[in-house]
Design a protein around this ligand. Structure first.
Ligand code: HPA
Ligand code: ZN
Length: 338
């Protein structure tokens, strides 16, 4: 419909995008060749970029996707790889009128392979500076810890980032947690969230994607999380107490509709709880999660929802404005963007 042009032009903020999840198969193969990284020869999906894309159409669940996601990012080795990855995403996002982006990265998946934390952060910062100069786009980095690794690793990575001054100097805007969800409920991460809170560092966490609504409640109660990534299970389970709490506390849910379909968290876009979010007055944003793996950047997510829900221009303006209001940029920047 004609609203697609309007949705593309609408100034937007994105809050849920894993930089490693923007690694397109072509760049993945290019970097594998450059660094002589051997991709799994027993999996026919790694025969070519086209075969890999085809495999991405058939994720069974979150963990099935994550297997490919961690293999894919193993081709990121030099600082220039990280810079090129981030700049390619910023370029694409700017073309879809993303004016402010808060992006995730998974340091432990790289430091475990011998890449220095400072190499990762400094390279992303170079891409961020270029995005601001070239596109007038502001960006912030959110450092995520991996739920499938022990708490000790998250604590060590947090301490290292803090010691290197990356929070104090604004290089890192917040912490988050991602990766496999069901076996790793929110309370497990109490110590690292307490450490972040004590240092005055913002906190978000993936919860209520595949896992139940009470992982979201625990993230609020035990981790004092200020934002929830996904969180749709709260709406899907109809946890009314949690829903009113999210609404009254203005906690932002960073939702990712195409991701939810691709990982089979919901059967179709029509099952995405958009009307419930709006009716309950829960603040939310619409995001791409891992666009290279799920086949859509932010605009495709807005348009997919429009195809199923046929919202009005006014409703879309409220959603896009809500994404800016829920951002972690300065109040001054918000005013510029509104
Ligand atoms: N969920 C959990 N972990 C992730 C995701 C996700 O959607 N994307 C990248 N890591
Ligand atoms: Zn995510």
């Amino acid at each position: 419909t004609s609203l697609h042009t309007f949705l593309a032009a609408l100034p937007k903020a994105e809050h849920h995008m894993h930089l490693e999840g923007s690694l397109e198969p072509e760049l993945l193969f290019e970097l594998a060749a450059k660094h002589d990284v051997t991709l799994p020869s027993t999996d026919p999906a790694f025969a070519s970029p086209a075969a890999l894309r085809q495999r991405y159409d058939n994720f069974q669940n979150l963990d099935d996707f994550l297997g490919y996601y961690y293999i894919g990012m193993s081709v990121l080795i030099e600082g220039s790889d990280f810079e090129a990855l981030a700049y390619a995403y910023f370029t694409k996002a700017a073309s879809q009128n993303v004016r402010h982006a808060e992006v995730f990265f998974d340091p432990q998946a790289h430091t475990s392979r011998g890449v220095e934390l400072s190499t990762i952060v400094e390279s992303f910062k170079r891409a961020q500076a270029r995005a601001e100069t070239d596109f007038g786009m502001t960006t912030q980095l959110i450092m995520c810890f991996l739920k499938h690794l022990p708490l000790s690793g998250a604590l060590e990575t947090f301490a290292q980032a803090k010691d290197e001054g990356f929070f104090a100097d604004g290089s890192l805007a917040a912490i988050g947690m991602d990766s496999s969800e069901l076996p790793f409920p929110s309370p497990m991460w109490k110590d690292v969230y307490a450490a972040a809170k004590e240092s005055g560092i913002r906190r978000t966490i993936h919860a209520g994607e595949e896992g139940p609504a009470h992982y979201v409640t625990q993230a609020l109660d035990i981790l004092d999380a200020q934002r929830i990534d996904h969180g749709i299970r709260a709406l899907m389970e109809g946890d009314d107490e949690l829903i009113s709490r999210l609404a009254s506390s203005k906690t932002l849910l960073t939702t990712c509709p195409i991701s939810n379909v691709k990982l089979q968290c919901i059967p179709s876009i029509a099952a995405f709880p958009l009307k419930k979010l709006i009716a309950a007055g829960v603040r939310f944003s619409i995001n791409s999660d891992d666009p290279a793996y799920f086949g859509g950047y932010i605009q495709e997510n807005y348009c997919a929802l429009q195809e199923s829900f046929d919202l009005s221009v006014g409703e879309w303006e409220t959603i896009a404005k809500g994404s800016i209001l829920g951002s972690w940029c300065s109040e001054e920047r918000k005013t510029q963007l509104l």
